[in-house]
Design a protein around this ligand. Structure first.
Ligand SMILES: Nc1nc2c(ncn2[C@@H]2O[C@H](COP(=O)(O)OP(=O)(O)O)[C@@H](O)[C@H]2O)c(=O)[nH]1
Ligand SMILES: [Mg+2]
Length: 337
């Protein structure tokens, strides 16, 4: 009898030890794969632009929340952050569309911040040239942050958002896949929900994300390669399993935030790769920030920078890491990165 008891106790101890070892290994693994954005190099805290005299200048970037401290204090309604990696071939069309809309809608109360993520095709010089010669814009409307080393789309968008001045901030892809004027729909959606209180003044954090979910059976999606569509469905399933169930299109590169939402999300964002959109949404959900998904126009543009196989595997891995890191407390949504 005593021997039997000893065996059972021993079995329980072994099971318990195995369980603890498993939890520790998972923790260690997630910890090892978790990500902290690298601190910006000094040159990444500056922007390049054209001054009033048509001369190229490099100046210190304003800091989110403290932008009035360095005299950068014009009223800006909409800031547009464009992550750009080797975009000399695609960005002109996007900028033409965006600038036309911004001028008509907001006069001079807008800015574009291009984040050149270590391009090797002179994206910065190309953008400065068209900004000066084609659009005649100066530093009040058009700024470029140049990274000396590639960080990934998430890292570029994060760095851009930490240095904008607008009441609203949009990030949009450089390929012009979305119709820029659809930003008006996103702003309307945010305006509907952001004020609260009887005086209608308290501004709540709200996010409006462009969505292509209504296009699933349209030619724009069917025209994409079968492999890309398969990977897209696989990815959506994984996103669903790992916790985002209320949002149909997490990956659309056209998302708008009001200022309270920007302050609650971007300083806390860890992910610098393609999957950063999912972390933005996880943070918004955890912080009970309202998210509105708005159907927008979208078309496939050639020249994608995604390496389908490698980037898909990386995205799947990063998705699991983000989810687990929040679950295990490795990522803390109240600690700035
Ligand atoms: N910052 C940064 N942006 C990138 C990188 N790769 C792509 N992008 C930008 O992300 C946006 C979407 O890229 P794209 O290649 O069109 O991706 P797809 O539409 O998902 O196929 C574009 O504005 C790109 O310039 C990168 O490594 N770093
Ligand atoms: Mg694209």
């Amino acid at each position: 009898m005593i021997e039997l008891r000893f065996l059972v106790d021993n079995k329980n101890t072994v099971c318990f030890t195995l369980f603890v070892a498993l939890v520790l290994s998972v923790y260690l693994l997630v910890y090892l794969f978790s990500h902290t954005p690298r601190p910006p190099y000094p040159e990444e805290l500056k922007y390049t632009a054209i001054d009033e005299n048509g001369v190229e200048v490099t100046r210190t970037l304003p800091t989110l929340g403290k932008e009035h401290q360095n005299g950068d204090d014009e009223e800006i309604i909409l800031s547009v952050v464009i992550p750009s990696y080797n975009e000399t071939g695609r960005i002109l069309l996007m900028l033409t569309d965006a600038i036309k809309f911004l001028k008509e809608k907001y006069g001079s109360k807008w800015e574009i911040v291009i984040v050149d993520d270590g391009s090797t095709d002179n994206t910065t010089q190309y953008c400065l040239k068209i900004c000066k010669e084609q659009f005649q814009l100066d530093y009040r409307q058009f700024r470029i942050i140049k990274f000396s080393q590639n960080r990934g789309k998430g890292g570029a968008v994060r760095q851009g958002f930490l240095h904008i001045r607008g009441k609203y901030g949009l990030f949009a892809d450089a390929d012009g896949a979305s119709k820029f004027s659809d930003v008006a729909k996103l702003i309307e959606a945010i305006k509907t929900y952001e004020t609260s209180g009887t005086n209608g003044k308290t501004v709540k954090p709200v996010v409006a994300i462009g969505s292509r979910a209504h296009m699933v059976n349209t030619e724009a999606v069917i025209k994409r390669s079968m492999i890309r569509n398969c990977l897209m469905y696989g990815f959506h399933t994984l996103v669903f399993i790992f916790g985002i169930r209320s949002i149909k299109d997490t990956q659309c590169g056209f998302k708008l935030f009001n200022r309270p939402a920007i302050l609650k999300i971007f300083p806390y964002l860890h992910t610098e790769g393609w999957i950063f959109d999912v972390e933005i949404l996880i943070l918004a959900i955890r912080k009970r920030i309202q998210i509105e998904e708005i159907p927008i126009s979208w078309h496939e543009v050639d020249g994608s920078k995604m390496a389908l196989a490698v980037d898909s595997i990386k995205m799947a891995k990063d998705l699991v890491v983000i989810r687990m890191a929040y679950l295990l407390g490795i990522y803390n949504d109240n600690k700035k990165c």
